[in-house]
Design a protein around this ligand. Structure first.
Ligand code: DAH
Length: 343
């Protein structure tokens, strides 16, 4: 190629580059522009390669010409790229901004109705000076039965369908069961710290039941134990009425009937008058109670001449179903969102 022809091509290229450059309005346009002129197979690169054919003297003439075009083109390209990228960023920020003052509804979890009821019970009893105790789910046969005045031969063992965990020993301290009630925590508490005692113990209990709308193999109870000097049944009545009225947020009426539980003497069944708005009221059997049996105090190593007291055991699950008008116990163990979301 003649130098004149090369100069012509450079001039032609420069003219087209300048015209095309003006048409660039987006990063996509810019990419195409780059491929056409600056890329490996681009026109400028091809023209640069053709420099090889010239003699060193000729190169001195035509080389700077094309270098000048290349330098300007590169500089323009970089400036254009920066401008376009900034515009894209600004556009994005316009739609991306975060309004920190906006109130978004956040979906949160809530406490299970059983937990709510348990907390409320603890609150009410704390207010009356009771502590909250705890005991294990797997309990010694002795603590669950014998210490509560239910020896092995006693017919009352059949009152509760027991899940046995470890059997076979003659020693009830060796065998273990899933606790059938929260009453064994009475014994634990007496042995641990003696009298006086004011405690409640909410917790899970287990029985081998046929399952239906009102029976589950696991349910919640809470136990109450008060031991002190000069305690009598009127204290029991007072504590219960106070508890029930606070729990149901209205004056509650109770009815006391004789009942039999081996760990209390006398033993009592206590019913509560329960009304659901729009329905007829009725007496509901709510709990077992009584004055702690001397044999139980003995097992708990309490001086029965000095201390006496009352105990009762309530179905916490039952209270929950009453409070929230839940008619099927199985809902409580389900993970149904439409049920749980209501509380
Ligand atoms: N433990 C009994 C049960 O589960 C309930 C009970 C009755 C507890 C009388 C007591 C009581 O403390 O005095 O059926």
């Amino acid at each position: 190629m003649e130098t004149a022809e090369f100069k012509g091509q450079v001039a032609d290229l420069q003219a087209r580059v300048e015209a095309d450059f003006l048409d660039i309005t987006s990063l996509d346009d810019l990419t195409l522009f780059f491929q056409r002129y600056l890329g490996k197979k681009g026109e400028l690169s091809v023209l640069l390669k053709s420099l090889k054919a010239f003699s060193p003297d000729e190169k001195k003439v035509v080389g700077p010409l094309i270098q000048k075009v290349k330098t300007k083109l590169n500089a323009d390209f970089v400036a254009k790229r920066d401008t376009l990228e900034l515009a894209v960023l600004n556009e994005k920020l316009k739609s991306d901004w975060i309004d920190v003052t906006k109130h978004e509804e956040v979906l949160t979890g809530n406490l299970h109705p059983l937990s709510k009821v348990q907390r409320r019970i603890e609150e009410i009893f704390h207010g009356m000076g009771f502590e909250v105790a705890d005991g294990p789910h797997v309990e010694k046969e002795w603590t669950n039965f014998d210490a509560l005045n239910i020896p092995a031969s006693h017919p009352a063992r059949d009152m509760q369908d027991t899940f046995f965990v470890k059997t076979g020993s003659d020693d009830p301290h060796e065998n273990s069961v899933l606790r059938t009630h929260t009453s064994p925590v009475q014994i634990r508490r007496m042995l641990e710290r003696g009298a006086p005692v004011r405690m409640i113990c909410p917790g899970r209990t287990f029985r081998n039941e046929d399952l239906d709308a009102t029976h589950d193999a696991q349910f919640y109870q809470f136990e109450c134990l008060l031991l002190d000097e000069d305690i009598n049944l009127s204290h029991l009545k007072g504590v219960l009425e106070r508890f029930l009225s606070e729990f149901f947020e209205k004056e509650m009426k109770i009815r006391i009937r004789p009942g039999y539980f081996p760990f209390v003497e006398p033993g009592l069944e206590i019913d509560v008058w329960f009304e659901i708005p729009g329905k007829k009221g009725k007496w509901l059997e709510l709990l077992g109670a009584g004055m702690v049996h001397p044999n139980v105090l003995k097992a708990g190593e309490i001086d029965a001449d000095k201390y006496q007291g009352f105990a009762f055991g309530v179905g916490l699950t039952r209270l929950t179903m009453m409070k929230y008008e839940i008619d099927d116990i199985r809902f409580l163990a389900s993970s149904k969102q439409d049920f749980l979301g209501q509380f």
